[in-house]
Design a protein. Structure first.
Length: 505
């Protein structure tokens, strides 16, 4: 597709929300400041070998101190909405009990500043950052953590419920379970394999309890959950490959969506409860399947699945991305295989925008009563080329591959949900680009760059990439207005923001 900004702008439906997304632990830094307590990720990231090259999240993008400047960059970009997460450890350091006023105040100021700049806040309650006392008590393997999330939701609702436009309860429970509890690639570093199943249910129960608390507080904004979705593609016509892809579809997609949208777990999961103490009650499922105001879908790529254990290697980055890397396990029933002749990101993820349409079509078929949908994350990591214009003393970052990725994926999503499209029954309301900033990419440290803004982690200088200017042009074309120019008094033109001229597309 490779649509130009203006061509894509003409395709966007009226009222379609365009935003950017981040997560607190990946950008804020200030891990031991102003009363924030440690999280499970603080401890995990300090373990030797847990993070690539020993990178530390201690400073990250220093957003905690540079938040007003980052909001100014969002305003200049022209986005409609900003999806961010609330640091549970910053607001309620113990995971229960007393609230930290300084933590509440930080997000209070962020939300007010967003609204003052015409940017609607989408707040995520849980984006993988569990207060350490809860992790030490079993984390999401402990049912009590779900109730603590419900309590945290009530705290957030009381503080911000009058101003947050959309709430996400839990982000990507599939990634938390597979990478955090089944394989040990993320915090808390447990490698429980099939015995990790209770962490699925407890996260979804936490979602239900959080919804219950938000609705009891009569928050003004809509409420939803965000799940990652990857279409599963058999590596061949071999029936065993098809069966393997179907099993992985259950494990990565339906296991987390069916209880929320259908009120039940997939049959194969219910038949496999002998692997653990997993036994959901009807009361739990009623909480989990409360009607949503919207459904958040994170889409990055499809997954190609083959039967058998494979040769012990997988496409680089795939385990980090999906969690279900079984190819190195002797006797494993299936494994992830590479797509032949396919462009990949720096993470090794296949670039297949056409499968965005497949993902939406599968969702539409499986869940006929699906509420309005937002693509709550979509983006790509690339090794960005940096060009120093010595004469003008400026940095130019012509990330054309990211521009193409975003243009193709946004365009595919919109076309799939237009009349006559593969998923025309879906009410698609918006797309959030991951991410505003290059950031601490979990176990990938600072090597995986997803941002529209380049961050020099030595100086914290932000430099807009070509993709930033492309999205700015798209938004300005859609709105029939020129890109926003900062006015007097806006904290945009300072020493920590480098603004080169836009690179040619």
């Amino acid at each position: 597709m490779h649509a130009s900004a203006k061509e894509l702008a003409a395709l966007l439906p009226p009222g379609f929300t365009m935003g950017v997304a981040t997560a607190a632990f990946q950008i804020e830094g200030a891990l031991d400041e102003d009363g924030r307590g440690p999280s499970g990720w603080d401890v995990f990231a300090a373990k030797p070998g847990a993070i690539v090259d020993g990178h530390s999240p201690a400073v990250a993008c220093d957003h905690y101190h540079r938040m007003p400047d980052d909001v100014a960059l969002m305003k200049e970009l022209g986005i409609d909405s900003y999806r961010f997460s609330l640091s549970w450890s910053r607001i309620q350091p113990g995971g229960s009990g007393p609230v930290n006023p300084a933590g509440l105040d930080f997000y209070d100021r962020l939300i007010d500043l967003l609204l003052a700049n015409g940017i609607s806040p989408m707040a995520t309650l849980y984006h993988w950052e569990t207060p350490l006392p809860l992790d030490e008590a079993g984390g999401w393997m402990n049912r009590d953590t779900a109730y603590r999330l419900g309590e945290f939701a009530a705290i957030a609702a009381a503080a911000y419920g009058d101003r947050v436009v959309r709430w996400v309860t839990v982000n990507e429970p599939a990634t938390v379970t597979t990478n955090g509890y089944a394989l040990g690639l993320h915090a808390p570093g447990e490698a429980l394999m099939l015995k990790a199943l209770p962490s699925v249910h407890h996260q979804l129960l936490g979602h239900g309890l959080a919804m219950q608390a938000l609705r009891a507080a009569k928050v003004a904004g809509g409420i939803g959950i965000t799940n990652v979705y990857s279409p599963m593609v058999p590596a061949s016509a071999n029936p065993l490959d098809k069966l393997s892809a179907g099993l992985m579809d259950v494990a990565q997609n339906r296991l987390f969506a069916d209880p929320v949208l259908l009120g039940k777990y997939p049959d194969v999961i219910r038949a496999a409860t002998f692997f653990s103490s997993f036994s959901p009650s009807s009361e739990d499922l009623e909480l989990i399947s409360q009607p949503l105001d919207f459904y958040g879908l994170n889409y990055y790529m499809p997954t190609r699945v083959a039967s058998g254990a494979g040769d012990g290697t997988v496409p680089e980055g795939m385990a980090e991305a999906m969690g279900d890397d079984l190819s190195g396990t002797p006797g494993a029933p299936f494994h992830i295989a590479a797509f032949p002749d396919t462009e990949i990101t720096a993470y090794g993820w296949p670039i297949k925008p056409e499968y965005m349409s497949v993902a939406l079509a599968e969702m539409a078929e499986r869940y006929p009563d699906l509420p309005p949908v937002y693509i709550t994350e979509g983006g790509a990591s690339f090794e960005d080329l940096q060009i120093r214009d010595v004469g003008a003393d400026r940095l130019i970052i012509p990330d054309e591959r990211r521009v193409r990725y975003l243009a193709d994926h946004i365009g595919t999503a919109v076309e799939a949900t237009l009349p006559g499209g593969a998923a025309e029954s879906i009410d698609l309301r918006g797309y959030y680009v991951w991410s505003l900033l290059d950031n601490f990419e979990w176990s990938g440290g600072y090597k995986q760059q997803f941002g529209l803004l380049h961050v020099d982690f030595d100086t914290q200088v932000r430099t807009p990439k070509a993709s930033y200017y492309w999205l700015q042009e798209l938004l300005a074309s859609r709105n029939g207005a020129a890109p926003h120019t900062p006015q007097a008094g806006e904290p945009a033109e300072d020493a920590d923001v480098e603004r080169p001229a836009p690179a040619d597309q």
